[in-house]
Design a protein around this ligand. Structure first.
Ligand SMILES: [Zn+2]
Length: 176
């Protein structure tokens, strides 16, 4: 596990940057959401201000999801760039959030950041509630999928055009 001790780091530096390759085992992605099979590449850059830390994350990775309509497994790119602010939980009981606070993460211990936790959170935020293999996925109930054999394809106008092209002697001899 990669824990960044920011208190220690910023005793010596004014800016921290690092590149990491997080394995699927490191990330511990929730299996009921999806499966990460390849390492996720992360570039992180951190600066400090009087409220906490500004964290810039550049994440490159992908996840395997199950389509909520046809149940096929498909791959979704989760690559993203995020800027967030990390600060300690306010002492006051109510937190008044302003629009610019939406990317604020409050932590019990903002000086100790687990990179895996941070990256996992951003990856999960990118997963749609109902993942679709493609926007117009017809779903498992579609007759085309259930009876989608040659019989169907013969009716497909694109296939008919292709067949006609192959049969057309002018096209066949066009190269001579
Ligand atoms: Zn689908």
């Amino acid at each position: 596990m990669i824990v960044l001790n920011l208190k220690e780091i910023f005793e010596r530096e004014t800016r921290f940057e690092g590149r990491y390759s997080l394995s699927p085992q490191d990330i511990k992605f929730p299996p009921d959401i999806g499966e990460i099979k390849e390492p996720v590449e992360v570039y992180v850059e951190i600066t400090r201000d009087d409220r906490g830390y500004n964290v810039h994350l550049d994440i490159k990775g992908k996840v395997e999801l199950e389509c909520s309509r046809c149940l096929e497994v498909f791959e979704k790119d989760l690559s993203q760039t995020k800027n967030k602010h990390i600060e300690r939980y306010p002492v006051e009981e109510t937190i008044h959030l302003s629009p610019e606070d939406l990317d604020v993460s409050f932590m019990e211990e903002p000086d100790l950041i687990s990179l895996e936790d941070l990256v996992r959170e951003e990856l999960i935020l990118e997963i749609p509630m109902k993942p679709l293999c493609r926007p117009d996925c017809p779903g498992i109930d579609s007759p085309h999928l259930l009876f989608g054999d040659l019989e169907d394809r013969r009716e497909d106008p694109r296939f008919a055009i292709l067949k006609n092209l192959l049969r057309d002697p002018e096209v066949k001899d066009g190269s001579t």
